[in-house]
Design a protein around this ligand. Structure first.
Ligand SMILES: Cc1cc2nc3c(=O)[nH]c(=O)nc-3n(C[C@H](O)[C@H](O)[C@H](O)COP(=O)(O)O)c2cc1C
Length: 162
């Protein structure tokens, strides 16, 4: 799949789920499905639980990619359901199992990014490279409101209008 750099008027795509890649302490990539987000201008606001490896990673290393799977990738999204990059698995994620290589577990391919240190998901038609600017603890401190600036958008030309 060839991607081109895109400059869409809005980053809202109406997609209910995204895959967020972050950098683990050992430099490998973590990948997690999520759905809570909104976008305004070049900023994304992501709702991410505090107990996950994703939050831990982006608080320490702010580079992320946010990748939007189309419907045909639903099996890959579900393969990541119930997995965490946290080892050991925290008590409040007891239904989860540790998975060191989420890309492999989901059958997805890491693709080098151009602006950030973490990979994109090659199979996703729409990919954002972004950097976290602020993470604000939510009420009860069970989640973070993560504000991230989108640095580059990659899109499969098939989803772009001429
Ligand atoms: C379809 C779907 C949507 C999800 N949406 C969110 C979300 O918006 N925010 C969040 O923190 N977790 C969400 N999750 C749960 C995370 O994927 C889950 O907590 C996972 O363990 C995080 O992985 P990590 O611990 O490696 O970061 C969602 C899971 C699925 C399957």
């Amino acid at each position: 799949m060839d991607h081109v750099v895109a400059h869409p008027e809005t980053l809202y795509v109406g997609t209910p789920a995204y895959l967020i890649a972050t950098e683990n302490p050992d430099g490998s990539a973590n990948l997690a499905p999520a759905s809570s987000y909104w976008a305004l201008g070049s900023m994304l606001v992501l709702g991410l639980e505090a107990a996950g490896q994703t939050a831990e990673n982006l608080l320490a290393r702010p580079d992320i990619t946010v990748n939007f799977p189309s419907g045909d990738l639903w099996r890959s999204v579900l393969k990541l359901d119930g997995t965490t990059g946290r080892n050991p698995v925290p008590a409040d994620k007891s239904r989860y199992r540790f998975e060191a290589d989420k890309f492999q577990a989901a059958g997805l391919t890491p693709e080098d990014s151009e602006m950030v240190s973490v990979p994109r998901v090659a199979e996703c038609q729409l990919q954002f490279e972004a950097r976290v600017a602020r993470a604000t603890p939510g009420l009860g401190e069970s989640y973070y409101m993560v504000e991230a600036e989108v640095l580059r958008v990659h899109a499969d030309p098939q989803i772009l209008k001429p």
